[in-house]
Design a protein around this ligand. Structure first.
Ligand code: SF4
Ligand code: F3S
Ligand code: FES
Length: 248
């Protein structure tokens, strides 16, 4: 059975915007993205919303629903009451382009700052051998669909534009941790995560893990282990002695 759903949607562009109210039919089994598509088809053909797969796998349709970071295509209408006003706004951490579409290029810039996989010199293709247990350890992180909901949620940048320069964000700190766990990677990862990518700014609030649609345990399985490695290296007496001797 259909009913008249009430929506409040942020409309605007880089200069200004406002919340506008709409009433639109919702049917059984629909998700928020279905309603936005119906709005485009019937009332607001110029409503901008980014999407691609409508299956929770491309990471394109990220926005905020009632103030909570969500994939629009995975947010079921059945999770709201029929008389509830559902507010849809763009991700707050990134600059708005138009309506619900934000400029997420910050994330691509951060990705480019990370040193790529670095195998030992002279290792030829075909000589790369890993045990299944090593593969399994970082496999969880490969589920990332790059929706950037974790990046949008982390308070280090959500309320502090000035931190964007020095903080890679949970998605890319997780990428560094993934490379660090790779048995064939020889780059120095934990110390550069700390000194160049802002690992120290993370105070393990775990909000990133809470919003991840792939349920990746970003904080517990990537960020905390990397923080522990930084501390281990700092207080390991042999590492300390080595630093003293070779820094001169
Ligand atoms: Fe999205 Fe999770 Fe990847 Fe973050 S780690 S970008 S929340 S899928
Ligand atoms: Fe931010 Fe996640 Fe750390 S939300 S503070 S990166 S635990
Ligand atoms: Fe692909 Fe929502 S449209 S994740």
């Amino acid at each position: 059975m259909g009913y008249d759903a009430k929506f409040r949607i942020w409309r605007g562009d880089t200069d200004a915007g406002e919340l506008k109210d709409y009433t639109v039919v919702a049917n059984d089994g629909e998700v928020v993205l279905d309603i936005l598509h119906r709005l485009q088809a019937t009332q607001t053909p110029d409503l901008a919303v980014r999407w691609n797969c409508k299956a929770g796998k491309c990471g394109s349709c990220s926005a905020e629903v009632n103030g909570r970071p969500k994939l629009l295509c995975m947010t079921r209408m059945s999770t709201f009451t029929e008389d509830e006003v559902i507010t849809v706004t763009p991700m707050r951490t990134f600059p708005v382009i138009r309506d619900l579409v934000t400029d997420v290029s910050f994330n691509y810039a951060k990705a480019r700052e990370i040193q790529s996989f670095t195998p030992p010199e002279g290792l030829k293709p075909g000589e790369y051998r890993m045990k299944q247990v090593d593969v399994a350890r970082s496999q969880e992180f490969r589920k990332c669909i790059e929706c950037f909901l974790c990046q949008n949620t982390c308070h280090v940048v959500r309320d502090h534009e000035e931190n964007k320069e020095v903080f890679a964000g949970p998605r890319y700190l997780m990428r560094i941790a993934e490379l660090d766990m790779h048995p064939l990677d020889v780059a120095e990862r934990p110390d550069t995560a700390q000194s160049e990518h802002g690992l120290g700014l993370c105070n393990i609030t775990k909000c990133c893990s809470d919003v991840c649609p792939e349920n990746i345990k970003i904080t517990d399985n990537a960020l905390i282990p990397m923080k522990e490695r930084v501390v281990d290296r700092k207080y390991d007496p042999l590492v300390w002695l080595g630093n003293k001797l070779f820094r001169r």
